[in-house]
Design a protein around this ligand. Sequence first.
Ligand code: SF4
Length: 457
Amino acid sequence: MNAPTLSARGVSSLAIDATASADELEPEQALARALELAGVTEPLPRPQVATTRNRTITRRGVLWLGQTCNLRCYFCYFLDRIESREHPEHPFMSLDKAKEICKTLVDVYGNNAIDIQGGEPTIWYAILDLVRYCHEIGLEPTLITNALVLENLDKCKAYKEAGIRDFLVSVHGLGEVHDRVVQLSGAHVRQMKALANLRKVGIPYRFNCVLSKPVVSQLPQIAELAVKTGALVVNFLAFNPFEDQGNGGRRSSNNVPRYSELRDSLNRALDVLDAAGVEANVRYYPLCMVEERHRKSMYNFQQLSYDHHEWDYASWSWTGQQPQRMKQGPVSPTLPLTGQRLAWKTRRMREGIARLRVVGPAFLRAEKTIGRLGDRMRGRDALYRENARVRSELHCGYVYSSECQRCDLKAICDGFHGDYAAMFGTGEAVAVHCGGKVADPLHFIAAQDKIVENGAP
Ligand code: SF4
């Protein structure tokens, strides 16, 4: 199958494959062109940033405004919701509802930063008001964006004035590769112009790069782009084809790269970033797939809550529920991070008991009290680690191979994502032996220098 032809809007709901088009530049040429578009003609001084090796549980929350977007990235986990106007999560919510969620993140969960995403948050009608509001209540706002709107310099100035902390820009490839992946001609050119604008205005930015099949050969050049344009951080996210990607025959070995296919290019990209002192994070990718020197950058669910640019499991469990992700209806009651694995496994039985008219309310009260006592005895870190297991094993179906059973890192590695394993199996795993079992999730990441913005992670 050939890659779909891009129209002016470029929208296609078809699965795409990784076949390069004839006019695709070599990675080094694509980088040179990207730097030119981003206005970097000579090396820029790297931004001065403070860093920390202090690993504490993140206080960053997340908000989904609605699954409405001006792009159709082929790997999007929410593609059905983006495409269907009838889906309850499709329309953007009101400003009042968004503010209520943000205030709850501060008052109930103690969050001090937030990732705001859409779909695409920059096309939401009240985004500047929400940025201003978050900044005022001590919830420092980041927007996760494709940056198309930021090609307009005045828009960038307005964000600066409103109090944006930074942008997390989705750089999914260079040149033709990016346009093909996001299914819009000209998207890369606009994004590079946006980077130039953000530098002009003085708004920091970081990169997100999903490890889709077409981008595999460009990873070192994306790392170079980050170094040369002054991006503070690069996140590489393994493309584990779940949620809406499981529907309609979208995922295939033509568009999902094997972990081992990524390995060399990813390690070279990490070398580039390391040499330049740029923070790099690799998410949801087995620990055995990178060189030992790069394991400090590896974030599976066990490590994720110690990255202050990632989401607090407690508030994420609440904002991830549908009432907080849709326009219609009120928000649902807040939840403590409690109960965990046993509660998740027995949820159907417990929901049944809770519905009983006579014993239901007493059961709920007793369950809450016992759960909280148990959680207090276990301590906060243990609770977050258990939640990490709920997310990996129960939500995402992660599995281990026979190699994993012999691996010293099994206790701090999630293994293979269930949807990935269903496509490719787990045969790529290679047991790691490092002189003893490792149980501390901070074992490697404690050696990573993470940037600190405005003096506070
Ligand atoms: S547990 Fe399995 S997937 Fe993880 S590093 Fe060890 S062998 Fe690799």
